[in-house]
Design a protein around this ligand. Structure first.
Ligand SMILES: NC(=O)C1=CN([C@@H]2O[C@H](COP(=O)(O)OP(=O)(O)OC[C@H]3O[C@@H](n4cnc5c(N)ncnc54)[C@H](O)[C@@H]3O)[C@@H](O)[C@H]2O)C=CC1
Ligand SMILES: CC(=O)C(=O)O
Ligand SMILES: [Mg+2]
Length: 372
């Protein structure tokens, strides 16, 4: 198969779909790989490294999209990338379609086969291709939150861990999955007072066993969320209903009553965000204020630590990229129900129920689309 890797074009996005090591693995399996010139340059993965792995360097994205059977990316395709997709071409990347009708329409019109990293599943109920970036974003959320709490950033001027004689900050984490666990771990490491709120009791039990008395775990109700958000210094939004738009757990009225200079980091923004007051921001302009509360809502947080993130992402995606290349998408998706769960759009039909429901579109099960 001919696999193509364009340079990412989202704001301050320096990750790249394939590392030279992944390219080498693919070429070792007999495939050919095109890489856009300079695709990895920002993170020290130079064209020469790709050539050493037997990739062909091509000058522009148009060449990658025109020639490749499968395009492997990181972020959702931007409008001008969607316009280059063609019928039957495989797109393997993050999509986050539920809150994005425009991209959904463009992908439907393209006729491409769009497989989303974030809805691929595993046998333990996890999301193995979302997990590595959730680890990164969860860890970063505390770093970003601590920075936003500084006065010069609009924050309350509070140090997360306090100092002897002055109390630590209160950090509330909404959702105790991969992002939430990593956020809690970092916040506890900085000696903040940390609360995790989740609606899954098994998850709360696991967190309790893992962290013991240092972490307060609470069951998610409107009451609990309101109580703990109102006196928090930092609230991290980390909930997910796979494929679907994020539930709005924190209302505008709650934000109005939060402490002035408190900070919200809405990691769930890529699925629409879990604060009513959230809207996506970029690394260039990451924050804005609502009622004196600093909002950090960057939809591609891992892009800021693009080198770490690229290697972490490739560790997880490579077996699936190889399966798609080795078998072709039909056989690969037929054989593996977990990879099949990643199929969001197939030849003009929405094949992910959560996306169809979020946008009021018709739904065709992947099994029917693939005639399994
Ligand atoms: N902004 C960014 O750059 C990035 C964003 N993300 C996003 O972060 C979000 C979280 O991802 P993961 O931690 O991997 O998901 P996960 O599936 O591991 O965890 C989500 C947790 O939310 C909980 N939850 C669902 N509804 C809830 C509710 N009503 N109240 C309380 N808890 C609830 C679930 O029980 C689960 O434990 C996703 O939207 C993901 O796409 C991930 C990586 C980067
Ligand atoms: C998951 C995601 O949105 C990201 O890594 O940018
Ligand atoms: Mg207030």
């Amino acid at each position: 198969m001919l696999i193509g890797v364009p340079t990412e074009i989202k704001n301050h996005e320096y990750r790249v779909g394939l590392t030279p090591a992944s390219v080498r693995e693919l070429t070792h399996h007999g495939h050919s790989v095109l890489v856009q010139a300079g695709a990895g340059a920002a993170i020290g993965l130079d064209d020469g490294d790709y050539e050493a792995a037997a990739a062909e360097i091509v000058p522009d994205a148009a060449t990658v999209f025109a020639r490749a059977d499968m395009v492997v990316k990181v972020k959702e395709p931007q409008p001008r990338e969607c316009a280059m997709l063609r019928r039957g071409q495989i797109l393997f990347t993050y999509l986050h379609l539920a809150p994005d009708p425009k991209q959904t329409r463009q992908l439907l019109d393209s006729g491409a086969v769009a497989i989303a990293y974030e809805t691929v599943t595993d046998s333990r109920g996890g999301l193995p291709l979302l997990a590595p970036m959730s680890e990164v974003a969860g860890r970063m959320s505390v770093q970003a939150g601590a920075h936003c709490l500084e006065k010069a950033q609009g924050g309350r001027g509070v140090l997360l861990g306090g100092v002897p004689g002055v109390p630590a900050a209160k950090v509330v984490v909404l959702g105790g999955g991969v992002v939430g666990t990593n956020a809690a771990r970092m916040a506890m490491g900085l000696e903040a007072k940390v609360v995790v709120i989740d609606k899954s009791l098994p998850r709360l039990k696991e967190l309790d066993l893992q962290f013991g008395a240092k972490l307060q775990t609470l069951y998610s109700t409107v009451d609990t969320i309101e109580e703990h958000v109102l006196d928090a210094d930092l609230v991290i939004g980390a909930v997910l209903v796979p494929g679907a738009e994020a539930p709005k757990l924190v209302t505008k009225a709650m934000v109005e009553r939060m402490r002035r200079g408190a900070v919200v980091v809405d990691v769930a923004i890529d699925q629409g965000g879990c604060f009513e007051t959230s809207h996506p921001t970029t690394h260039a302009e990451p924050t804005y204020l609502v009622d004196g509360v600093v909002h950090y809502c960057v939809a591609n947080m891992p892009g800021a630590v693009a080198r770490t993130s690229t290697f972490a992402l490739n560790n997880a995606t490579l077996p699936f990229t190889l399966a798609l290349a080795d078998r072709g998408y039909r056989a690969a998706l037929a054989r593996d129900p977990h990879l099949r769960a990643g199929l969001n759009i197939h030849a003009g039909a929405v094949t992910c129920k959560a996306v169809a429901d979020a946008q009021g579109l018709g739904y065709q099960p992947a099994e029917e689309a693939l005639r399994l």
